[in-house]
Write a protein that binds this ligand. Structure first.
Ligand code: ZN
Length: 335
């Protein structure tokens, strides 16, 4: 049976979409999926699109049609067979939330073919919760699909991961996001390009920023800060580093720090492009003069080394090194 992925309202992630579209068309999904990737990359959207496709009443190759009642309700996350389990702010996904969800697990779908449970941001899920979840994954009732989303697979217990089909989502290519914003969201070409550039390949963010201009302004301030971390007096930069990774908890601090490092990387990659005289497009094309000034000051060898230091630091933060200390150590080395 053929299935097309064209109806899926998600920007990019073609490979994951193709696999899921086939699963929906043949009504043979895995019992559990783990969708991983950075914030606002499209994890929740992908989960919702799958839930819609699984219960869509259109022809198999048209699912999700976004027109039938099942699709319409799922699009609004208001379908009785779609259960979104979200952790409350500041608290880990707890055992009660999973148990509450599990209590309904043996029920048959109300009006669709499948019942889909989406555990949103299951990073750092508590041990009790993951044990409760494992029971479901060990003896999966038919017609139940469990989807977990997380920033990284290693934030979820290995026993849970091993029972899931893992779908790692990567940031989209610039052109892919530009096109998606125009086709799926009706953005003008200029707007699409500007937001796609600011998004670093995070289509979910770009789509949100299209509806809320404040997000783009905030993002521009973040980028400014990342650039300021690469330049200027060390004392001031160390202060900025502390602000840049100040979160409510470790996970939030880590996410903020990784994002800052990613922004720094974008800036330093531009420095490298300018220093090598390549014609590759610059992420910060509007700041070409400043880029050239920094290139002249640092020289190519230091830029190459700096870029590598930033990458190494990002790896260390991903492996749970304290975000603020890692960022400060980086600034000392970049000095
Ligand atoms: Zn439909």
């Amino acid at each position: 049976m053929h299935s097309t992925a064209e109806n899926w309202r998600i920007i990019g992630h073609r490979r994951a979409v193709r696999g899921l579209a086939h699963a929906a068309a043949t009504e043979s999904p895995a019992h559990a999926y783990l969708i991983t990737g950075p914030a606002q990359i499209g994890k929740r959207t992908l989960a919702r699109e799958l839930a819609a496709a699984l219960n869509c009443t259109a022809a198999p190759d048209q699912r999700p049609c976004h027109l039938c009642p099942n699709c319409k309700m799922t699009d609004k996350e208001a379908h009785p067979d779609l259960i979104m389990v979200e952790r409350t702010t500041e608290r880990r996904m707890g055992v009660e939330q999973v148990r509450d969800a599990r209590e309904q697990v043996d029920w048959r779908p109300y009006q669709g073919r499948f019942k889909t449970y989406v555990f949103v941001d299951a990073d750092d899920i508590s041990e009790g919760a993951s044990n409760a979840l494992l029971k479901t994954l060990e003896e999966p009732p038919p017609q139940i699909v469990v989807i977990l989303t997380a920033a990284q697979a290693d934030a979820v217990p290995a026993t849970v991961v091993s029972r899931c089909r893992v779908l790692p989502l990567q940031p989209g290519a610039l052109d892919e996001v530009v096109e998606g914003l125009q086709v799926l969201r009706g953005a003008s070409p200029e707007e699409a390009r500007r937001l796609a550039t600011l998004s670093n390949g995070r289509a979910g963010w770009a789509a949100a920023a299209l509806a809320n201009p404040e997000l783009a302004a905030r993002r521009e301030a973040e980028l400014d800060r990342a650039i300021e971390l690469s330049e200027g007096k060390l004392g001031a930069r160390l202060l900025k580093a502390a602000q840049a990774c100040k979160g409510e908890n470790f996970l939030e601090s880590r996410a903020l720090c990784l994002r800052t490092l990613e922004d720094m990387q974008t800036w330093w990659r531009d420095l490298l492009i300018v220093s090598s005289g390549a014609s590759a497009p610059l992420a910060h094309a509007a700041r070409r003069v400043e880029l050239e000034r920094q290139v002249e000051k640092r020289g190519r060898a230091r830029i190459v080394r700096g870029l590598r230091e930033i990458e190494i630091t990002a790896g260390a933060v991903e492996r749970n090194v304290t975000p603020r200390l890692a960022l400060e150590a980086l600034l000392l080395r970049l000095n």
